[in-house]
Design a protein around this ligand. Structure first.
Ligand code: GNR
Ligand code: NI
Length: 174
């Protein structure tokens, strides 16, 4: 198991469009395990491969309180969607910012599971929001893209400043 580094906005690698997964093999399952470790450690409720600089169509999620309901979606496609829901979103790639985003309330998704088997599931509530948020990552899209240009630039400038400060600070000696 290994914890992976999460890319942060405005890193251009977050803008890459992920390619379809061709084979679900042991190496892919190792990546899935590492993504769960990274997501639970963060902590977050979802993680797209794009965020750990792997540009393949794979996402993991777990919105349960006890962190015992892991979902793996490979090559996800939304078959049906209905309803509209506005909720506050955050993103591990945009740390510290939470803004309202409008999404479909209910989605039906076709995808491959961790064994490479094609399945369909319906999602609603927080899990539906999370799956749509992660699927956006696979297309190089971030929740800040739904905000005004002014708000997005403000967030970008603050995150860039934070990063400069972190880099100029002396390393912590253990
Ligand atoms: O941890 C996360 N919380 C969250 C809250 C509301 C809507 C979406 C999310 S996903 C986010 C983790 C993340 O950045 N996934 O890409
Ligand atoms: Ni995110």
């Amino acid at each position: 198991m290994a914890k992976l580094r999460i890319l942060e906005f405005p890193d251009p690698r977050l803008r890459k469009k992920a390619a379809a997964v061709e084979v679900v093999d042991d190496a892919m399952r190792q990546l899935i395990d590492d993504m769960f470790e990274t997501m639970y450690d963060a902590p977050g409720i979802g993680l797209a491969a794009t965020q750990v600089d792997v540009h393949q169509r794979l996402l993991v999620a777990d919105v349960s309180v006890d962190k015992d309901n892991p979902w793996v979606l490979i090559n996800p496609v939304i078959l049906e969607q209905d309803g509209v829901e506005v909720s506050e979103e955050g993103c591990l790639s945009v740390p510290g910012y939470y803004e309202e985003v409008q999404r479909a309330e209910h989605i039906r998704v076709r995808y491959l599971d961790r064994h490479g088997k094609e399945v369909e599931s319906e999602f609603e509530g927080l899990l539906a929001v999370c799956v749509q948020h992660e699927m956006d990552h696979l297309d190089g899209k971030l929740f800040v893209d739904y905000l005004s240009e002014a708000k997005r630039q403000r967030i970008r400038k603050r995150l860039e400043k934070d990063r400069r400060q972190k880099q100029s600070e002396p390393a912590v000696v253990l």
